[in-house]
Design a binder for this molecule. Structure first.
Ligand SMILES: Cc1cc2nc3c(=O)[nH]c(=O)nc-3n(C[C@H](O)[C@H](O)[C@H](O)COP(=O)(O)OP(=O)(O)OC[C@H]3O[C@@H](n4cnc5c(N)ncnc54)[C@H](O)[C@@H]3O)c2cc1C
Length: 281
């Protein structure tokens, strides 16, 4: 019997385990993921891209958004109303990533408030709305190394099973029984725990919906962010780039209907800025 079973070894599952162990190192925790161990994942192929240790973000370039602004980076504020607590938790996440990072000089973008205000005003004059946020940019390779270090830390403290797909969850004896399909050996078995945490990400959305339905839990839809990348000549974005990014590949992309109108809904590579709207250039 486990204290906690967590379904999903993405960022949520990993941080759940790290936080619980910090409070009580004796907790018996089982993490189940239908994907593979990090080093067995093929970053270019099929389900491996989003399943397994580290979840969907394992091969991302690791941008940690540390902004309280509601326009940028999710809707956690809907659940944590105390902004001081919100800030403290964001700092804790950042500190944790840095604790597991071998590389310590990782830049935070978006701290130059006065310069950013100037750009915001210029953007406003061009009919653009500049969203700014503090962002720690871990980088793709470093993000991967951090996850590797997290796994090394957790592997002897937590029972982590890969290629283990959870098919059902049943409340039983003031706890939960979880049905697991062992994808490597093609058999099924069960495990029990006092508490069960669902962290299956977008990949496990159908499973999540089914469990919620089975347990009679209400569901709400939240927003899905879609990133569109538009690249510009450096002289167009020079002032933003000098202050916020180290490297940027730039090409213009004229609007299909009006060749002199360039769409500006973009997230700059490795930066803390996002432009929304469009402008005549
Ligand atoms: C290409 C890319 C780049 C990104 N870049 C960034 C970024 O720079 N900054 C940022 O903040 N966010 C980024 N994100 C988003 C970020 O990765 C997600 O918000 C984050 O991974 C969500 O974590 P999670 O643990 O909730 O879910 P996930 O990471 O999706 O993990 C869920 C895990 O649950 C497992 N699972 C699902 N169903 C089951 C089941 N039935 N049984 C067992 N296991 C199951 C899955 O295999 C998966 O490993 C990026 C995402 C992608 C795809």
């Amino acid at each position: 019997m486990y204290d906690i079973i967590c379904i999903g070894a993405g960022a949520s599952g990993i941080f759940l385990a790290l936080s619980l162990l910090e409070k009580n190192a004796n907790l018996k925790i089982l993490i189940l993921d239908k994907g593979k161990a990090l080093t067995d994942r093929n970053r270019k192929k099929g389900a491996d891209v989003v399943e397994g240790f580290g979840g969907a973000g394992s091969f991302s370039d690791g941008k940690l958004v540390m902004s309280i602004e509601r326009e940028y980076g999710g809707n956690l504020q809907d659940y944590i109303h105390d902004l001081n607590l919100f800030q403290t938790l964001m700092n804790k996440v950042d500190e944790t990533y840095m604790r597991f990072s071998d590389k310590k000089d990782i830049r935070v973008y978006g701290d130059a408030d006065r310069d950013i205000e100037k750009i915001k005003m210029r953007a406003g004059r061009a009919g653009l709305h500049l969203l700014s946020a503090r962002i720690r940019h871990l980088g793709t390779d470093n993000n991967y190394e951090i996850l590797k270090n997290m796994f090394v830390y957790l592997q002897n403290k937590v029972d982590i099973r890969f290629l283990s797909e959870v098919c059902f969850i049943e409340p039983k004896d003031r706890g939960f029984t979880v049905g697991i399909r062992d994808l490597a050996n093609n058999n099924e078995y069960q495990a029990s725990s006092k508490y069960c945490v669902l962290a299956p990400g977008r990949r496990g959305m159908k499973f999540f919906k089914k469990v919620a339905k089975d347990l009679g839990l209400p569901l709400i839809n939240n927003q899905v962010d879609i990133g569109v990348r538009v690249e510009f000549w450096s002289h167009v974005m020079d002032i933003v780039i000098t202050m916020t990014v180290r490297k940027l590949q730039i090409r213009t992309m004229p609007c299909l209907f009006q060749p002199n109108l360039h769409n500006l809904s973009m997230t700059l590579l490795g930066t803390a800025r996002q432009w929304q709207g469009s402008a005549m250039l």
